[in-house]
Design a protein around this ligand. Sequence first.
Ligand code: B16
Ligand code: MG
Length: 219
Amino acid sequence: FPKAFIFDLDGVITDTAEFHFLAWQKLSSDLGITINREFNEQLKGIGRMESLERILSLDVRFENLSFEEKERIASRKNEYYQAFIKTIQPDDILPGILPLLTEIKENKIYIALGSASRNATKILEQLHLTSTFDFVVNAASVSKGKPDPETFLTAANALNVPNADCIGIEDSAAGINAINGAGMFSVGVGNQTHLHKAHYLVDETSLLTFEDIIQQYTD
Ligand code: B16
Ligand code: MG
């Protein structure tokens, strides 16, 4: 049996991945840049500033922005995002996640959150999930974001469990690379095109069952 499950937040526990996309899209349109869902795939799991850099690099007009200007633009995106997440409540936990969390707990396996989002603790509170998690990685204290394994290694370290005894669950390519790089078993939620490196892949969270994950992990 594994000793810990490390969950991504946005796009796995709740559908905030969609709100991140809508907020980036709104910000991009303010700047006169168009982004689509395909482009957004490479923003998933990537921190706020680096995501902004990737968007700004689409247009030469933004080549020489100062750090202060970038920070101002990034905080505008966060304002848009926070307006979207204001109404998040326990009903917004994605299908299959609550039963999975319950079964992990019943089996006395640790549960951690490995999110790149600085809004993570607030969202967990709104979902009434704070006490479910044994450890929450503080995104602000991670120096190298996903796809670097640091986020997942930090969780394993804090729980004092070997990396190989951890299972990470992610909806982003960057996140799957981070889990694999940490020497953990990776579970992807989404499509094959973006998440083909996952050790085990399901289309949507409703298909995540404790039994299937454990079977794939032990195989
Ligand atoms: P924030 P995750 C990531 O969260 C999102 O996937 C990514 O789209 C976002 O830019 C990043 O958090 C930073 O979020 O602006 O709220 O700090 O998927 O790692 O849970
Ligand atoms: Mg995610």
